[in-house]
Write a protein that binds this ligand. Structure first.
Ligand code: CNA
Length: 294
């Protein structure tokens, strides 16, 4: 006989089956990325052509990610601030996906959203702040790299929209928005919440992320081995490259492989995926009311 732990958790690996399972869950954890905000007009990083990394040639960087490396920033902050202009949303208009996250909370199913996004649209959509972990920080506040004096969004925004470098009024140090750069630690809240939440999760939704940035791209391994993991994304992500590796690597999502017991990949835009999910859950009326009221 097969050991019990090998029994499939889901009877089929599609959105309908995931929705049926999800309807019985009350500790859902969400891992979100830039893909949930592209329909709000904020470009992601890694989509070919539209992603910000594909538009960095003019800055002559040693490699695209250098723009977010602290050491590089200290010596040459200009490329970051030029890019930051593109990342500041003109209007803060959350997407249907953000409102779906709020609905999850209103249905008492949401344990936490871990977002890599720095646009704060989860808050704007009305998800309670205690349900959100902004793993990569936010643009909302900034600090002087030198003396740590705090500055607000408006102060910094005005300067960078004039194509100037924001500098500290006290010590002339460079002012950096509180988004997490490579080479910086993640916020303390991130570490506190991963410890308490991933053990408790009874369903995981991964949405709009390329799962390329560590340590975020390992979080899906922290849930129980019987916790279903639903990925909604425009392209497949989180899979290992070779079939053998897929069986051994606990970090990989296993959708589409023989070893799969609990992973579902729904390939669509985030907004289409959550709209479909809402229908399957029978939440259409509440979802539409929420969208209309905002
Ligand atoms: P990424 O690496 O750019 O990947 C985005 C993923 O989403 C890709 O797999 C895309 O195919 C997919 N995608 C894009 N649009 C859609 C859509 N409409 N529907 C479904 N899928 C879509 O971004 P990640 O978030 O994975 O990378 C982490 C970085 C990106 C974090 O450090 C963020 O701070 C950073 N970022 C944030 C924002 C924001 O706050 N809105 C914008 C750009 C980059």
């Amino acid at each position: 006989d097969e050991p019990a732990a090998k029994d499939p958790v889901l009877t089929a690996f599609d959105l309908k089956t995931a929705a049926e399972y999800m309807s019985k869950c009350s500790n859902i954890v969400v891992m979100a990325g830039a893909g949930i905000s592209t329909s709000a007009g904020i470009p992601d990083f890694r989509s070919p052509e539209t992603g910000l990394y594909s538009q960095l040639e003019k800055y002559n960087l040693p490699f695209p990610e250098a723009v977010f490396h602290l050491d590089f920033f200290r010596t040459n902050p200009k490329p970051f601030f030029l890019l930051a202009k593109e990342l500041y949303p003109q209007k803060f208009t959350p997407t249907p996906t953000h409102y779906f996250l709020r609905l999850l909370d209103e249905k008492n199913k949401l344990l936490r959203i871990f977002t890599q996004n720095i646009d704060s649209l989860e808050r704007v959509a009305g998800v309670p702040t205690d349900k959100i972990v902004e793993a990569h920080g936010t643009f909302f506040t900034s600090h002087c790299l030198n003396c740590r004096k705090e500055y607000d969004l408006e102060f910094v925004k005005e300067i960078i929209f004039k194509d100037e470098i924001p500098r500290c009024k006290e010590c002339d140090g460079i002012i950096k928005p509180d988004i997490v750069f490579f080479g910086e630690g993640l916020p303390r809240r991130f570490h506190e919440c991963i410890n308490s939440d991933f053990d408790k999760a009874d369903f995981l939704i991964i949405i709009g992320t390329s799962l390329q940035v560590a340590p975020f791209n390992r979080l899906q391994t922290f849930v129980d081995k019987d916790c279903p993991r639903l990925l909604i994304n425009r392209e497949p992500v989180g899979k290992s490259k070779s079939p053998m590796d897929a069986i051994n690597a606990s970090g990989s999502l296993l959708y589409g492989t023989k070893a799969n017991r609990r992973d579902v990949f729904h390939q669509s835009t985030c907004d289409e995926g959550v709209t479909e999910l809402v229908k399957l859950l029978g939440w259409e009326d509440d979802f539409n009311k929420l969208l209309e009221s905002e």
